[in-house]
Design a binder for this molecule. Structure first.
Ligand code: PLP
Length: 352
């Protein structure tokens, strides 16, 4: 029996998200998933594993709302920001009929989630400086319910111009939600659009504990939006999205101490990023190091150098971007420890 014949057509055709873990590799320098390079330490305090967890753990919601400067009714917690990306589609898009719109090069999960659910995708590539093509978006907005914008953008590391985001919100008014994916916002907190929530009922912000909070393994993310959006998402989310140990650790990470620790990490990491970028710029094989407002650098190498594979075989695992639109000869490198960065620089120096 050919089970594949039973699989939904769109799933048969689906290319799953090429996560860093799925791509694999062997090595001791892992700079391909924008993870924080050092594991934080937590102890479990909650032992009542015989009971189901709270659907939306109160302490986590309260602490995140306080950290983000919003009301508790404006926060939803989910199994990573990735789950939130999909919940929005499940709550707002009619399969086969409605579309989402996104602007490549950008995060890959918008496409994968839409294709999984049978929701159409419209892509409006960014301008050559990786900003929004507002005119192109305007022309493609028919049937669009959700517009995903990532800022700081993964993989390019730049911020999306805030006036353009405002213009986009005006274009989308009465038509679509505008979702600003702020997975990396802790590395440039002044650029968050969270303070605009009261002015725009159709603004949605995605956040995560996976990046600056150093908890990618926890699987905990947040949606910040006005109450009607949060209520719609509550209808489609799993009954118990967060395991008890996850909520326990998330609450600790969001305590005053936890947030202060995160902020210290961000200062150190941003320093490390500056030093690393300067060293990269001195290498002849490096054509360009793009400005980064996140915890990774987008680096363009000379076109005839097989940098990604050479480092891969030395156990230094980076993220090859060269098959993405407008990303030829570009590699995305997560900022690791000082030792990680030094390993990259030494390996690059041997490439002639
Ligand atoms: C890492 C990442 C996410 C996913 O975050 P999780 O909370 O780990 O699911 C979402 N958006 C962007 C842009 C990311 O880079």
């Amino acid at each position: 029996m050919d089970i594949n014949k039973l699989v939904r057509k769109n799933v048969q055709q689906l290319t799953p998200y090429q996560s860093a873990r799925r791509i694999g590799g062997q090595g001791d320098v892992w700079l391909n998933a924008n993870e924080y390079p050092v594991a934080p330490h937590f102890e479990l305090t909650e032992q009542t594993l015989n009971r189901y967890p709270e659907p939306q753990p109160e302490k986590v919601i309260q602490r995140y709302a306080q950290y983000a400067g919003v009301k508790t009714e404006q926060v939803l917690v989910s199994r990573g920001a990735d789950e939130a990306i999909e919940l929005l589609m499940r709550a707002f898009c009619e399969p086969q009929h409605d579309s989402i719109l996104y602007c490549p090069p950008t995060y890959g999960m918008y496409q994968v989630s839409a294709e999984t659910l049978g929701i159409k995708t419209k892509t409006v590539p960014t301008t050559s400086d990786w900003q929004l093509d507002l005119e192109g978006i305007k022309q493609n907005i028919d049937t669009v319910k959700l517009i995903y914008v990532c800022s700081p953008n993964n993989p390019t590391g730049n911020l999306i111009d805030s006036d353009d985001i405002k213009a986009l919100l005006n274009i989308a008014k009465d038509r679509a939600l505008v979702i600003i994916d702020e997975a990396y916002i802790e590395f440039s907190p002044e650029s968050s659009v969270v303070s605009w929530l009261n002015d725009y009922p159709h603004l949605v912000i995605l956040r995560t504990l996976s990046k600056a909070f150093a908890l990618a393994g926890l699987r905990c993310g947040f949606t910040i939006a006005n109450k009607p959006v949060i209520e719609a998402l509550q209808k489609v989310i799993a009954p118990y999205p967060l395991a008890t140990p996850v909520a326990d650790i998330a609450a600790q990470a969001l305590s005053k101490d936890g947030v202060n620790t995160m902020k210290l990490h961000v200062v150190n990491l941003n320093n490390q990023k500056g030093k690393f970028a300067n060293l990269l710029r001195q290498l002849p094989i490096v054509e360009k190091v793009y400005p980064s407002y996140s915890n990774y650098l987008c680096v363009k190498f000379q076109h005839d150098k097989d940098v990604f594979n050479i480092l891969w075989h030395q156990g230094i695992i980076l993220r090859d971007q060269s098959r993405s639109i407008g990303q030829q000869n570009i590699i995305r490198i997560t900022i690791g420890t000082q030792a990680d960065c030094e390993a990259v620089i030494s390996a690059l120096k041997t490439i002639k």
